[in-house]
Design a protein around this ligand. Structure first.
Ligand code: HEM
Ligand SMILES: [Cu+2]
Length: 563
């Protein structure tokens, strides 16, 4: 089968590399001091999964409290701490490590490199991110101890001034929020520098920019966005610490500062942040949909342009989160238009995914199911986003549960669908074993039902005027029944997630042997063993198309004919 004109990484070494040596302590030591991108990637993923469960438990606590009116399961103080921690956790301790974990594991393999450009910076970045998360969670026991959720931050995940000024936030809860995110932010910036340097400088022979898998392109765009957007957030957090301890007045309107300046700084980071989280989900769909449709992606150049386009436009829309702060109509109009423009490249992506599936031989294995559900949900999430981007409509629904439903549709609908799909697809490569397909189908269908019960019906009380961030509500306002359905949906999502966790653990020991290329795919990671050897490739691969492994398997129909 081997084609002499295309040696990929030299001879394919098929001996599984799963032997682990030494005592468990030596193995732990090995992971703690490792600079191997695969191990660091897996540690990021494990970290993210742990915080998905923690953030999920927090969501369930919130939904128990809100299931019925006038509930006193959680006190108002604890409710504020739990929803602030839920939002902060899901974005910074689940979402960010998950996208960086997948990027870390896959990018060097997909471009034919042995490792990231700066392996030790890579390890440093992971441990900084972990330290930030642990410091944030120490707040639950810091100060007064666990009762009342300790000193956990209670000022929402956007920490609006003046709530965060010392006059209002006396203890250290806001300090935990600011310092923890400054620490983990250094880790994130380090990871972004590594992804950019690796993608631009470590590609194997023949891997031109326009032969890179789309996942690598999207990680490159995301890394660029991280460098541009984490910096303003870190700067604002440092200004906040100066306000709280060094007599600064950046956000203190009583002393010439302005709380609205904090809003601008936060959302200059905050809106691109949702794309930093969602574009890697797109990246996973870009790899899975073609392989399970048995067709190359439709419109590769347009997909690259759309990804870069989304990245650039998303830097210009931030104040659509601030239509109610009193900007003048020219500013409102600018942000209405710039937000509408995001719909164009997003539409191109959705069209190209559908065009890729059109006429394909589609296999609805679990990875493909998750990506298809994402495709439909993201369309609806985008539509409610367009609705909210129209200022007069936004004035009615700002800070309501319609907004909470919308951003969960985006975040859960993209991240918590595509990344499990990515796990079902790449877990065989990472572990050498297949995830159980039957459990996968249970996970998928239960999660689909739970997702739609929770977030479809969450829009309704929002339209009926229910504000967010309230720990309880009056009966008889037409919100009761909807909130009960939403909470039951949350419980169904929890059960589905537990099935997923069981599948991840059980398959590691009992899963079917995977072999190097279980899905008959065509990117470089599938040319190595499962799991890949520590050195990735015995010799540097040489590629001549976007689908190097396809060329090896189909010398009669090389992909290079289509470039
Ligand atoms: C999967 C099930 C989930 C459920 C049932 C859920 C539920 C909730 C609830 C009830 C709130 C509080 C709303 C309020 O009172 O303002 C909330 C807030 C939030 N959630 Fe989730 N959530 C889930 C998953 C996620 C995920 C995966 C993410 C992000 C990746 C996320 C991000 C957020 C954010 C950013 C907030 C805002 C917190 C704030 O206002 O400070 N959630 N969620
Ligand atoms: Cu936004």
């Amino acid at each position: 089968m081997a084609d002499s004109t295309l040696p990929i990484g030299g001879a394919i070494d098929l001996t599984p590399q799963s032997e682990v040596y030494g005592t468990w302590l030596e193995q732990v030591h090995d992971w703690v001091v490792t600079a191997d991108h695969k191990k660091i990637g897996l540690m990021y993923m494990a970290y993210a999964l742990i915080f998905l469960l923690v953030g999920g438990v927090e969501a369930i606590l919130l939904r128990i409290q809100l299931a019925v009116p006038h509930n006193n399961f959680l006190s108002p103080e604890v409710f504020n701490r739990i929803f602030t921690m839920h939002g902060t956790t899901m974005v910074f301790l689940m979402g960010m490590p998950l996208i960086i974990g997948f990027g870390n594991y896959l990018v060097p393999l997909m471009i034919g490199a042995r490792d990231m450009a700066f392996p030790r910076l890579n390890a440093f970045s992971f441990w900084m991110t972990s330290l930030g998360g642990l410091f944030l969670y120490y707040s639950f026991i810091g100060g007064v101890g666990l009762q009342g959720a300790g000193s956990a931050p209670d000022v929402t995940w956007w920490a609006y001034a003046p709530l965060t000024e010392r006059a209002f936030s006396r203890g250290h809860s806001t300090d935990y929020w600011a310092l923890a995110l400054i620490i983990s932010g250094f880790g994130t910036i380090g990871a972004a520098v590594n992804i950019i340097a690796t993608t631009l400088c470590m590609r194997c022979k023949g891997m031109t920019l326009f032969r890179m898998p789309l996942l690598v392109w999207l990680n490159l765009v995301v890394a660029g966005m991280i460098l541009i957007t984490i910096s303003p957030l870190t700067a604002a957090q440092i200004m906040l610490v100066i306000d709280r301890y060094l007599g600064g007045h950046f956000f203190d309107s009583q002393a010439g500062g302005s709380p609205v300046v904090w809003n601008h700084f936060f959302w200059i980071f905050g809106h691109p942040e949702v794309y930093v989280l969602v574009l890697p989900a797109f990246a996973i769909a870009n790899e899975i949909i073609p392989v399970f449709s048995r067709k190359a992606i439709f419109g590769y150049p347009a997909m690259v342009a759309a990804s870069v386009g989304i990245g650039l436009i998303s830097l210009s829309v931030w104040a659509h989160h601030m239509f109610t702060v009193g900007m003048n109509s020219a500013s409102n109009a600018f942000f209405v238009l710039s937000t509408g423009m995001v719909g164009v490249p997003t539409g191109i992506k959705i069209f190209n995914w559908l065009a890729t599936m059109w006429g394909g031989k589609i296999r609805f294995a679990t990875p493909m199911l998750f990506c298809n559900a994402f495709l439909i949900q993201f369309l609806f999430a985008g539509l409610t986003g367009i609705m909210l981007s129209v200022a007069p409509w936004n004035w009615q629904l700002h800070n309501s549960y319609f907004v909470v439903a919308h951003f969960h549709y985006v975040l859960v609908g993209a991240i918590v669908f595509c990344f499990p799909g990515g796990f079902y697809y790449w877990y065989p490569k990472m572990t050498g074993r297949m995830l159980d397909e039957r459990l996968g189908k249970w996970h998928f269908w239960l999660f689909v039902v739970g997702f739609h019960m929770t977030f479809d019906f969450m829009h309704v009380p929002g339209l009926l005027g229910m504000p967010r961030s309230i720990y309880t509500y009056e009966p008889g306002r037409g919100w009761d029944g909807w909130n009960m359905i939403v909470s039951i949906g949350g419980a169904v999502q929890a059960v589905a997630t537990l099935i997923f966790v069981y599948n991840l653990v059980h398959s590691y020991f009992k899963g079917a042997e995977a072999g190097p290329d279980p899905w008959d795919a065509w990117t470089l990671e599938w040319t190595t063993t499962s799991p890949p050897p520590a050195y990735n490739f015995a010799s540097e691969p040489v590629v001549s198309s976007r689908r190097p492994l396809w060329d090896l398997k189909h010398p009669e129909d090389p992909d290079s004919r289509y470039e």
